[in-house]
Design a protein around this ligand. Structure first.
Ligand SMILES: Cc1ncc(COP(=O)(O)O)c(C=O)c1O
Length: 415
């Protein structure tokens, strides 16, 4: 039976487009004109793209010339990791090391490991503490010992699974004396917490529209003009030659509208959403006292160290996928935050890096809130959770088969 109520608690995977972003997208989609064409229609599209570039830059504390539009966060991360590494190899062939935190999204980790397999890179995984926060001392030690072998550093601004914020200012301060470029994947942070590219001192930063009220399939890499980036793909030479391909004026316009709106309303949304997050954390703890919150505790002193809209728990004795499907049947949309391989759930690399045991890590569930979230959403979760956990526990850790029929979908990382 289909439940009559539902609650979308997966805003970190993707969040609804704002009505203004939908309107901007639809209006531009109805128009014809390649921004690279020289005639009037092309010039009109180009104007929209350049105005949007100015808006995106203003919202993120960057200069318009630093904005490279991409097809989203994954492409921007790939361009950053591969493109910076390749360009550094030309001038400094001895710089083979890519330093990344152990809790990066696969959009950073996988290109880095690909470069190790195919392009002579050496990956250094930087450790994190129990909250999933970077061990800056380990970074300093690595730089002190091997700075002249380091090509780049990539540390995310906010973690997509547990919601922990990273000490980006400290990372930049550690790297600066050695002139090592620093990239940050800010896909989960942009539009949600204060973020200023110029003030951050970063060399490159990734954003994605669909995490902040814009459409799927568009994002940007902010890159300092002085940063050399070898293109990953080649073609028409659009976007400073760094990202060839016809520029998507409709998606970019919609992205700019959504980002501007997100930044303008950030403080009010953050206050509202973090109050909902606290209600959720309290509710889950009361409903399932054995549940363990991961990442900084927002009801303790951890609120400033995590994203406003995310909460993450492990449920001992349960399989995350079982919880996810049982909650889905009860109308509550959540995510385990980690990927499966061949239909078999894999414990999250983020939790393992944070020192969580494999058994505990299997029972992980992420709840993420956004602009459309309500108290009713949280209350529905809290209402259905005890029975869901009881059933998942009864099914035991051997219940991985629940998701077997969805194995193809399950192989893909989400959010
Ligand atoms: C931290 C992080 N980086 C990168 C991505 C990928 O972004 P996109 O879906 O725009 O490719 C995501 C979302 O899936 C993410 O959460």
């Amino acid at each position: 039976m289909t439940p009559t109520r539902s609650a979308y608690l997966d805003h970190a995977a993707t969040t609804p487009m704002s009505p203004a972003a939908v309107e901007a997208f639809a209006a531009q989609m109805a128009l014809t004109g390649n921004p690279s064409s020289l005639h009037a229609d092309g010039r009109a599209a180009r104007r929209v793209v350049e105005e949007s570039r100015e808006q995106v830059a203003a919202a993120l504390g960057a200069r318009p010339s630093e904005v490279v539009f991409t097809s989203g966060g994954t492409e921007a991360d790939n361009i950053a990791v591969k493109g910076i590494f390749w360009s550094r190899r030309v001038t400094h062939p001895e710089r083979r090391r890519i330093l990344v935190s152990g809790v990066e999204h696969h959009a950073v980790l996988d290109p880095a490991f690909w470069m190790a397999e195919h392009a002579g890179a050496e990956i250094v995984l930087l450790g994190v503490d129990a909250e999933g926060r970077l061990d800056v001392e380990a970074l300093r030690a690595e730089l002190a010992a091997h700075a002249d072998e380091v090509a780049l550093i990539s540390v995310m601004w906010a973690n997509n699974e547990v919601g922990t914020l990273q000490p980006i200012a400290e990372v930049v301060a550690a790297a600066r004396p050695y002139g090592v470029p620093v990239h940050s994947d800010a896909v989960q942070a942009a539009g949600k917490i204060e973020l200023d590219f110029a003030a951050s001192g970063l060399d490159a930063l990734t954003v994605s529209a669909h995490k902040l009220g814009g459409p799927v399939g568009v994002g940007a890499l902010l890159a300092r003009r002085s940063l050399d980036i070898t293109p990953v793909s080649h073609g028409g030479g659009q976007e400073r030659g760094v990202r060839s391909g016809t520029v998507d004026a409709a998606a970019i316009r919609s992205f700019a509208v959504a980002l501007t709106e997100a930044v303008d309303t950030r403080d009010a949304v953050s206050t509202r959403v973090s109050a909902l997050r606290d209600r959720l954390v309290r509710g889950v703890r009361a409903a399932v006292p054995t549940a363990v919150l991961r990442g900084p505790d927002p009801l303790g002193d951890g609120a400033a160290r995590r994203l406003p809209g995310s909460a993450h728990f492990t449920f001992p004795g349960c399989e995350g996928d079982s919880l996810l499907y049982l909650l889905d049947s009860a109308g509550v949309r959540t995510s385990t935050g980690s990927a499966c391989q061949a239909g078999v759930p894999q414990p999250s690399h983020v939790l393992l890096a944070s020192g969580v045991g494999e058994e505990d890590a299997r029972g992980a569930l992420r709840f993420s809130l956004g602009t459309t979230s309500s108290e009713e959403d949280v209350d529905l979760l809290v209402e259905v959770l005890p029975e869901v956990v009881e059933r998942a526990r009864a099914a035991g850790l051997a219940s991985a088969g629940i998701g077997a029929g969805r194995s193809r979908q399950a192989q893909e990382a989400h959010g």
